[in-house]
Design a protein around this ligand. Sequence first.
Ligand SMILES: Nc1ncnc2c1ncn2[C@@H]1O[C@H](COP(=O)(O)OP(=O)(O)OP(=O)(O)O)[C@@H](O)[C@H]1O
Ligand SMILES: [Mg+2]
Length: 304
Amino acid sequence: MYNPQPVPDYLLQSSEVRERFARLKAREPILEVRNLTKRFASPQGEHTALADISFTTHRREFVCVIGPSGCGKSTLIRILAGLETQTSGEVRVDGKAVRGPGVDRGMVFQGYTLFPWLTVKKNVMFGLRMSGQGAAQAQREALQWLDLVGLEKFANAYPHQLSGGMKQRVAIARALANRPRILLMDEPFGALDAQTRAKMQRHLLDIWRNVDITIFFITHDLDEAIFLADRILVLKANPGEVQELIEVPVPRPRSYAQFNSPEFLATRARLDALIHPPTQDQTDEDIGAQPHMIRLTDIHDSVE
Ligand SMILES: Nc1ncnc2c1ncn2[C@@H]1O[C@H](COP(=O)(O)OP(=O)(O)OP(=O)(O)O)[C@@H](O)[C@H]1O
Ligand SMILES: [Mg+2]
């Protein structure tokens, strides 16, 4: 059976990658998660969604989280955001224990969450006004953030007048306007078509390069995780546990030409093996077997 090896530690990578990780690890820790466990009561009894999760993220690190559906990714990010409480363990941001939502953490979800009754500009101004900023200053700042995401011209449009990609750019501007330390993103590009998604990935890297922000990004897409991340936190399901923390060996700046590089392919093969392990009772013949098809119409002849 093909069994890709773990991706080697950053110390064994190319000098560019090694030096970048050395710089990253020298920065102060922003997010510290220690022995985090979350149990939910369910009709079948108690369900452990997350078990003993521990990791540290440094300032301006880009972390992606990958794991099978139901492994607790959204539960984890909701606990980091303070929208859910853990059963045990600790989350610290800048050394302070998280006790609920706070302006130090901005959130972008997969579903579009802009206020439909407010213009784009007023959506971005919302948090600033809530934190007591005057209207003129809030407007100035909102326009700067809209400029950063390339949507200044749409400042007076309403969310329903924007495409999905544009809505997510406004959501990013709205989150960043509050000057969070960490941007928490739960499959933010999951509902976009492939082309828009690729554009948004490049755009997010541009923003990250220019803003003092640490990004914690959940995705189902293995290529997206490798393209974006410094490190990839791989979770396994039932219970959700850390399976591996991969130091992505692909140099920066990232480009699509790297998708076929040996480092990219080795990381992809490893992620694939971790996320989609062949089940033990499956034989090779089972894997190649055709599902049973019922003919509901007369197909006359073969199309292949
Ligand atoms: N409020 C809740 N009450 C009870 N069980 C919950 C609750 N929220 C999540 N769960 C359970 O916890 C587990 C993890 O759910 P979660 O939504 O975090 O998974 P996920 O990794 O984000 O999945 P997906 O990839 O499909 O988004 C699931 O088994 C889910 O049913
Ligand atoms: Mg989820």
